[in-house]
Design a protein around this ligand. Structure first.
Ligand SMILES: Cc1cc2nc3c(=O)[nH]c(=O)nc-3n(C[C@H](O)[C@H](O)[C@H](O)COP(=O)(O)O)c2cc1C
Length: 171
């Protein structure tokens, strides 16, 4: 059986990015891949470890991918914002898998600051310009705006993909 056209890839330390990733995967009828690592990032120690990893740029090890990334037309990649940067596991994943990516889109979740820098960094690491980006901050989740932002993002992606399909078909 052929698999989905789209893949959602994400890392989540405390579950917020995971929840958005699952909603996105449902809306895009996408397969889903969680970025997994050995490091324990739970609790205060995990928070400190994450902060040190991201500030020092220390390389982290992530598990090999389960899906064939190059076989997906669109890969949507999600990260929590760490110190106004992409999280270290997503950074490692992008460096390891960027050569397999075709069309990409990025999303992030955050407390409140740093999404522009984190999303720009994802583009540099992936060496791709994203079709669309989406940032969901804690205050937007509190105000119940998460669903609306996800809908805007998925509609924009559907539109961009349809336009690109059309252009490729005409070429
Ligand atoms: C080490 C670390 C650094 C963080 N730095 C930022 C930051 O610079 N700006 C921000 O808005 N939130 C920051 N946060 C908060 C997370 O981005 C936010 O809680 C996110 O939604 C968590 O997603 P998750 O539950 O998927 O791990 C940081 C969290 C951690 C663990």
């Amino acid at each position: 059986m052929p698999h989905a056209r789209n893949l959602v890839v994400y890392f989540s330390r405390t579950g917020i990015t995971r929840r958005v990733a699952l909603s996105l995967a449902a809306a895009l009828e996408a397969d889903i891949e969680e970025i997994v690592e050995e490091a324990d990032r739970s609790g205060l120690r995990g928070y400190m470890r994450s902060l040190i990893d991201v500030i020092t740029g220390r390389p982290v090890r992530v598990a090999p991918v389960r899906h064939d990334i190059s076989s997906y037309e669109l890969v949507v990649i999600g990260t929590p914002v760490w110190a106004a940067s992409v999280s270290s596991p997503v950074r490692a994943w992008l460096l390891a898998n960027r050569s397999q990516l075709r069309r990409v889109a990025f999303f992030c979740t955050l407390g409140g600051r740093g999404h522009d820098a984190a999303l720009a960094q994802m583009g540099s690491l992936a060496q791709r310009r994203p079709l669309a980006t989406c940032a969901i901050a804690a205050r937007e989740i509190r105000r119940g705006e998460e669903r609306r932002l996800i809908d805007i993002f998925t509609h924009r992606l559907a539109y961009k993909c349809a336009r690109l399909d059309e252009l490729e078909w005409m070429a």
